[in-house]
Design a protein around this ligand. Structure first.
Ligand code: PLP
Length: 362
């Protein structure tokens, strides 16, 4: 059984993907072709914000969001240590300082109640991560940001595209939403891609320019930028995948709920999902004791598992902060384990996962 079944998804979308790709190959506008604009229009309508700017990856989306705000060395960003490295990588790359708020132990998302005490005159952004596909406490975070002179809030929504929060969509909840189309994310392409979302005209314009080497027009470089465009072919693939994206989101929610229900009696901890939002389960993650032994037993039973993530960032060599103790993140990193999850996971496959888990847990 695959951990994420991308082949079944491709089989279901073979024809529209082939047609879309062929069209690009025929018209030949491989960079910034018409599919780029078409995708940006469809995605901004889906999220319900004014601007969508496609970029070359989720990492680049985060980087460009910071650059567009005029981020400077020494600026601080309040974020979570329990995330994929890219969240913090872009801050450090620009000479900034990540300031960590520990997580909520039951959702593994940043604990909004810990943010305000970390604000200093150098705080330039708050960057919550909607981990595993569940949006953070964005209203609380936005309110804190507003109280302190409208600090920009960047939602790292790489894992939560399509998730809802109080009937609004992830990516459209704050100054910026940044997502990724890495193949295994809820909405993936067949390579690297990402997108930024904002309602702010000036920020959107800055991001559009930074994405193409800071050009306001051809060979007029008004700011320092990056080579951050998303390929027309990758945009075409995402456009084809949109055909059944609503179905996939529905399946993800159903499979997630079915897992939660079936695992209820087992000696493991399930992730909490708050009542005013849903989870699109970019990863279906549980928390267990004796994880290494459990993984070995599951592997022997043919069930693949993964760990998102084995070390919080303040314990990673590149970002090591031996002075910091963030016990909830450290505890989560020692206990989390992700199970096979994708829109095409069958009930039989899911039952096999649950059965193997039950057996391994005794
Ligand atoms: C995947 C991911 C990213 C980076 O996205 P890429 O498209 O791989 O660059 C950033 N943050 C989080 C939380 C992610 O899961």
């Amino acid at each position: 059984m695959p951990f994420i079944d991308l082949k079944a998804q491709y089989q279901a979308l073979r024809d529209p993907i082939a047609e879309r790709m062929q069209k690009v190959l025929d018209h030949g506008q491989y960079i910034m072709g018409p599919e780029v604009k078409e995708l940006e229009e469809k995605l901004s309508a889906f999220v319900g914000v004014k601007h969508c700017i496609t970029v070359s990856s989720g990492t680049e989306a985060l980087l460009i969001a910071l650059m567009a705000m005029g981020f400077k060395p020494g600026d601080e960003v309040i974020t979570t240590p329990f995330t994929f490295a890219a969240t913090v990588e872009v801050i450090v790359l620009l000479g900034g300082v990540p300031v960590y708020a520990d997580i909520e132990p039951d959702t593994c998302n940043i604990d909004a109640a810990r943010i305000e005490a970390l604000i200093t005159p150098r705080t330039r952004a708050i960057m919550p991560v909607s981990l595993y596909g569940q949006v953070c406490d964005m209203d609380e975070i936005n309110a804190i940001a507003a109280r302190h002179g409208n600090i920009p809030v960047i939602e790292d929504a790489a894992q939560s595209f399509g998730a809802t929060y109080k009937n609004r969509k992830s990516c459209g909840l704050s100054t910026w939403g940044a997502t990724s189309f890495f193949p295994s994310k809820p909405l993936g392409c067949y390579g690297d891609g990402g997108a930024l979302f904002t309602d702010d005209d000036a920020l959107a314009q800055a991001a559009r320019e930074i994405r193409i080497h800071g050009q306001s027009q051809r060979y007029t470089h008004t700011r320092v930028g990056v080579g951050g465009r998303m390929d027309t072919l990758q945009c075409a693939i995402v456009l084809a995948k949109l055909e059944r994206f609503e179905w996939e989101l529905q399946r993800r929610r159903e499979i997630g709920e079915r897992y939660q229900h079936k695992l209820a009696g087992l000696p493991l901890e399930r992730l909490a999902v708050r009542a005013d939002r849903d989870c699109v389960w970019a990863q279906f993650t549980v928390m267990v004791e004796g994880r290494a032994e459990l993984q070995t037993a599951l592997t022997a039973a043919g069930i693949p598992t993964a760990i998102h993530y084995p070390k919080p960032l303040h314990r990673q060599p590149a970002y090591a902060r031996p002075d910091l103790s963030l016990p909830r993140s450290e505890a989560a990193a020692a206990r989390v384990m992700s199970l096979p999850m994708s829109a095409d996971l069958s009930e039989a496959q899911q039952d096999a996962v649950v059965q193997a888990l039950a057996q391994a847990l005794g």
